[in-house]
Design a protein around this ligand. Structure first.
Ligand code: CUA
Length: 371
């Protein structure tokens, strides 16, 4: 199953990408379109399968979640109000320019009507603007309340998202599930709301969380907790980006929010909760993983690897991308990553571990079993 794994912000980095990856990414993209179409058909037959429709619209005018809709409505109101003001002012200005243009002759010597101090005119250009501003202030205040102090259902899901240079740590405290870069949330329904609250924190510098079709932008600030919520109305994979320049790989700090049906979401949680099955055939890879201190930075459930500096890899093979969306999670890219992470993601904080070919191969085989 091939997926579209990027939202296109990678073009700027192709200069640094080896030819074989560039060629690969084009094939990948074309294949992914067919893949998505085929999967959409497949999903009609199989309701509990994951919907892999990519929702890559980085556009606030196509909201697919309750808070995004609220923001969309107020943006339309403000834009319409401003458009009307613009038309009235530009219309009056045009009228005055044409109607009162210089005519020459006797007209040049005449004084225009003197209206200084006219109460009617003074009121006309002060009262309506004040009313417009008051209305916009009230509507905005109400919207801020709806967005920032929402009345979420008591059973709302909660996800802790911690920004790191240059990836996202994702925790589900209620279920004791930890993952990275791909945030699964349940689908909501207008008649029976299922909301998900995001608790946003940062482990290092300021990051920004923005998936435009789900909600507005929220900062992740060190030593401070922000919250936001989503209530999506369509399943699929929503793409977003870090929105605050946080370092060399800021542009490759991509967000994937996977909106599942509630049944599929529960199934995903159950899969993530389980410890991956011990596969004897990759025992050597597991040994190499520990021997090369990979566990100092990464956690793998059921092993001695307990690091927290890098992404949790307990169910690494279940994720669609690696390096926070920088490349599809397949054998070829994983091999490149293990040989030298700086090839796919120059400036990322994982160093080249200088592994030999055999070590790379065995660790690769091991990681690929972590479903
Ligand atoms: Cu994190 Cu930009």
């Amino acid at each position: 199953m091939e997926m579209n794994w990027n939202c296109g912000s990678r073009h700027g980095h192709e200069r640094q990408t080896p030819v074989r990856f560039r060629r690969f990414s084009l094939i990948q993209r074309n294949r992914s379109i067919l893949g998505v179409a085929a999967l959409t058909l497949l999903n009609l037959a199989h309701a509990s399968a994951q919907d892999s429709t990519i929702r890559a619209v980085q556009n606030i005018f196509d909201p697919l979640s309750a808070p995004a809709e609220i923001l969309y409505r107020i943006s339309l109101l403000v834009l319409a109000t401003c458009a009307i003001i613009f038309l009235v002012v530009a219309g009056l200005l045009t009228y005055a320019i044409i109607r009162y243009r210089r005519k020459g002759g006797a007209d040049d010597l005449e004084e225009p009507p003197q209206v200084y101090g006219s109460a009617a005119i003074e009121l006309a250009w002060t009262v309506p603007p004040i009313l417009i501003v008051v209305v916009l202030v009230l509507v905005t205040a109400r919207t801020i309340g709806e967005i920032q102090k929402p009345k979420l259902p008591n059973d709302a899901e909660q996800v802790r998202i911690i920004g790191h240079r240059f990836w996202w740590e994702v925790r589900y405290p209620k279920y004791d599930v930890v993952t990275a870069d791909e945030i699964h949330v349940p689908l909501s329904d207008r008649s029976k709301r299922i909301a998900t609250e995001f608790v946003l924190e940062s482990a290092d510098v300021i990051h920004g969380f923005w998936v435009p079709q789900l909600n507005g932008k929220t900062m992740l600030v060190p030593n401070h907790t922000n919250t936001m919520w989503v209530e999506p109305y369509k399943t699929g994979i929503y793409l977003g980006n870090c929105t605050v320049l946080c370092g060399a790989q800021h542009a490759n700090m991509l967000i994937r929010v996977v909106v599942d049906t509630p049944e599929r979401y529960q199934q995903w949680l159950n899969e993530q909760k389980a410890t991956p099955a011990d596969d004897q055939s990759v025992e050597e890879g597991k040994r190499q993983f520990i021997a090369n201190s990979c566990g100092a930075c990464h956690d793998i459930g059921g092993t001695n690897a307990k690091g927290v500096f890098g992404p949790d890899l307990t169910h690494f093979a279940s994720r669609q991308t690696l390096g926070s969306g920088v490349a599809a999670n397949n054998e070829e890219n994983l091999r490149s990553w293990l040989q030298d992470p700086q090839v796919l993601k120059p400036g990322c904080l994982m160093p080249n571990m200088k592994l030999g070919d055999k070590q790379v191969q065995s660790i690769l085989a091991y990681l690929r079993t972590l479903k």
